[in-house]
Design a protein. Sequence first.
Length: 516
Amino acid sequence: MVDGPTHSSWLIAGARLCEDLETGRLSEPVDVRLAGGRIVELTPAAGGRSADDAQVVDATGLLLSPGLVNSHFHSTGTFNRAFVANLPLELFMLYELPPFDFGPFPPELYRSQVLWATSQMLKVGVTSVFDDAMFYPEPSDEAVAGLMGAYRDSGIRATVAVYLPNKVEYEWIPGLKELLPADVVARMDECVPSVDELVGFYERFVRRWHGEEGGRLRCALSCSAPQRATDEYILRLHEISEELDLPFVFHVYETKLQRVAADAFYGTSMIRHLRELGVLCERSVIVHAVWVDESDIADIADAGAIVVHSPSGNLRCGSGVMPYRQLRDAGVPVALCSDEATVEDRCNLWQVGRLAGMLHTIGDPDHRTWPRAEEIVDAMTETGGRCLRVDGLGTIRVGAPADLILLDLDLVLDTPIAKLANALVYGEHGSSVRAVFVDGRLVAQDGRLTTIDEGQLRRDLDRWSRHWAEAVEPVERWAARLAPAYDEIYARCARTDVGINRWAGNEGSWLGRAAP
Ligand SMILES: [Zn+2]
């Protein structure tokens, strides 16, 4: 179809656009010009003639769509893919973020994880990702450079936060300290960095990387979650977020245990606590929001914050079902994410969209509350763009970033009366994607990447396999030792009545029941 992938000026000739997702009405064929990383012209098709030196893509029979936006991801969990069993989050995290004896790892390892994940995403048309990267045991500038350099080279658009809590687990998991062996408590106490150190790291990170590659790489803030961070630290990160207009990520109410914890430690809701601190705002990215109640939803809506829905993560960790329609009815924008590869193995946002479209039918017999396919498409594109705070991202209009995908319309629709939004949400896995542009550059074509050497990546992954297997040995030992304490608290919290239920099934069989 085309050659010269690095060409910076393109004419996509004769593509069809979706004019109305609800009816699936398509435009007449159009020509779309890309230059300087943006869409610069949209005109009726004129036979594929280029007036300048632009490379021409013949898009006859192809649908031009905004690239997909994966609004939450942890690239640094990639090598635990297909390794950890489905477990409640607090037990799962013993593998994900082990307390001790894990790392440090070389920058090249972080690089390989990003290249593997972005290769999965780009091939199916995910053109932007919001990474909340964890580093073990703490981030170094070199390890961060390994990760950010991989995003630069992969060609994907990336917003990256570094996941940096500053409280030890027993400070926010109710009752944990009493159940942990004394030597574990003492070791946890040794691991707490000062607020100045963490803020200093963030300032260097943002100075070095924010806006790199003409703005394709951006930075964001993350303290992991409100309960895992001190108020002083949250306020300091909020200042950086405000000064540079950066998103600030909070995992909030992913699990019921966190609701019990907020009641115990704050005496109020975690969302209300963020509001009272003055940090809940339009830059806040609230990931999960499963166990939010009505007043939380009102607070999120008032603040103009965005919620990121992680159906795969919530299902794999048994966290419950996010109150999708209540959030949308309150006016809260909801974006979608694959979360990490431990919960969505191929980082495939199409699969996530399909899950999101179906998950909410199990909790409510009122079919009018169920997500519509066109809402899911919007969550994967335009609302994702808002989450990353990149103007026009996820849309097709003059001036918007040239992050676009071409899909084979015959393959997408396939049967006689298929509707486009339904076909995209329930029938597409990325196999109809013919070409992928990010920032006006062709990064994938017919399933092959122009930016990543997949043969080299395969050899690198083989090289890491023994290294990683050795690295997780102590993790498994610690998990075996600590799991009984975490499991006991998990069960205790599951049995606590918090006034709402987010499980579709039989919470009632646990409520009030004594531990076995
Ligand atoms: Zn997360």
